[in-house]
Design a protein around this ligand. Sequence first.
Ligand code: ADP
Ligand code: MG
Length: 712
Amino acid sequence: MAQKNENAVGALRGVGPQKIAAYEKLGIRTKEDLLYHFPRAYENRGAVFTLADAPLDCRAALYLTVGSEPRSVRVRGRMTLLKFRAFDESGVAEITYFNQEYLKSKFLLGTTFRFWGKVQKKGKRYALTSPEAEEVRDDAPLRDLLPVYRLSEGLTPRLVCENVATVLQNAALVPDFLPDEIRMREKLATLPFALRNIHFPTDYPALAAAKKRLIFDEFFIFALGLSLTRRKSKSTGAPPCAVDTLAPFLDKIPFALTGAQERVLGEIRADMARDVPMSRIVVGDVGCGKTVLAAAAMWIAVRGGRQAALMAPTEILARQHYDDLAPLFAALGIRAELLIGATPAAQKRKIRAALSDSDAEKRLPVVIGTQALLSEGVEFAAPGLIVTDEQHRFGVRQRAVLSEKNEHAHMLVMSATPIPRSLALALYGDLDCSRVDEMPKGRQKVETFVVDESYRPRLLAFIRKQCAEGGQVYIVCPAIEERDAAPDELLLAEIGDEAPLGDAHPPLKAAISYAKDLQEALPDLTVAFVHGGMKSREKERVMEDFAAGRIGVLVSTTVIEVGVNVPNATLMIVENAERFGLSQLHQLRGRVGRGARRSYCVLVSDTDLAADTPAARRLAVMKTTYDGFAIAERDLTLRGPGDFLSGGESDAIRQSGGVHFRLAALCDDTGLLNTAFSEARALIESDQDLGAHPALRAKVDEMFTLDANTIS
Ligand code: ADP
Ligand code: MG
């Protein structure tokens, strides 16, 4: 008989094959996975309203006393309605349940319940349909915060809650891997406490403490992982590649380098001349001219008798690089090939053979491609330089695969995400950092507006005008589906030290329905839609159509952060702009203004822009600041480090082969990040490979190898 796996979710009551499959869709296989499936929000039943005060058509908690015996009424054949009245000091409500006659005995006359449901008003009477009800008793206080989970088809909120509660009863399941000494020093909750309270908080401070501990864990484990890889990469044996002069290369490009480009190229050149492998990241705003720096470094490698590879995150970007650089290399007498998934098999074979050719004359010196460059059989006979163009923040693992395979090669990473100096030290500590903080001359500023809903009609007219003049439009929405938009919930993202005031969120523009409505409003234009849940092939097809001008208006979630260059795009509209970090907004704005046409960025938000709120302050920065590094520093002070850890959409991060953060992306506390990193450094000093901390080591390996598995 097959042994049942005690740690699998299938061992839980009520979880059969179908539920196992539904859990699997959420990436949950074990009980521990379930514990780390954190609520995305909480129902705040602690905010109790009276009937008269309750917001209409919005779920709310009310204390009502049963004022009439429940009656059941049979309607339309088989359906029964259970009806009774319940009251508080402000009014009377009619309560109705469908087909739940058995509840009759629950609602005894004179007992008080906490109801949770949508209050409606019918004439003077209030009404609640199928509200949840918990009896108010002195001996068992009610929980104020109830978890709201991300679900997949086949799972109900009730089942997930029950399953999580069951697993939590067995506290021994996840031993605390954090050394006690560190936990005490940083005043962190224990792991069992944190796990219990992230799911079923006893109160708001307990929830905040739980969140803090779990975020610390992520930073700490991530920092340990970085330290471990960093130690490995400190070696010699790299091929020194030196050139006397850059003139032959510079002669072939049609512009003079900016001061910043010259400085960075000097740093790269000095690194490559040494026998220690270069590990350098070049950071600079979109359009600052990083590609030409990559090309120069590749040229230096080839002049040194070595090979150079450039890896981009998507096929379109790889093609774009190839189209840009192949003519330049040709002019320099250097052969270059494109290797992507779509390359025909025979051609792939030829390229692989040419890359590994031991004959320096026949060897292919330059290859440009995608993750296909990581695949089996791609071997460089004389690796000299590996460049990764990393639009997302942490291709840590992916980068590691390439550099492990080519241990001694120089490595250059290009990133369009300016990050604050303090963060760069912590997060890219394994890399030397070069900043391209100057734009080529003559770049236009993308004029930026912040508007509210009242501008909607004018916005439509503006879209029409841009398209009529031959431009194209990006529209970015923060959410894919309506379900992300419940206004009466407390988002985990917003749990901080202080209890919230309980403001309702403005409803989010959901991309899918938004695209539909927009197409109806603009029947002469082609409106398309792209989101992170789409297959990457589909996504790339839509992006290609947009790049080719076959689509006029592209509605998307933030996936276009990893976008292509569309010089024809003149208008970027961001809906619910208050939801985005400044750096994200800046990235999005950088998608337009890349051609000769005058370009605009419109940030739409229902936030009161005149008020002195964090959201209003952030949006105001966008109107006046255009320097990515300055914006990043402001972002860090206004929102904390979380934004720098999320690619906007979790799928984007996962697909990048980067480390996946669950909670850290929600972090608004830079101090927490810094302490986690310094604790990690201190621990590694005393225990270099974490041999004395096996449970921690396992956690580190899990975080980094899980992500390696996503590299295909
Ligand atoms: P990114 O840093 O976003 O990768 P690119 O390398 O794609 O930017 O450069 C954007 C554009 O600017 C390209 O068309 C490139 O040829 C041009 N460019 C780069 N450097 C300069 C420069 N110093 N002067 C003028 N144009 C430049
Ligand atoms: Mg680029």
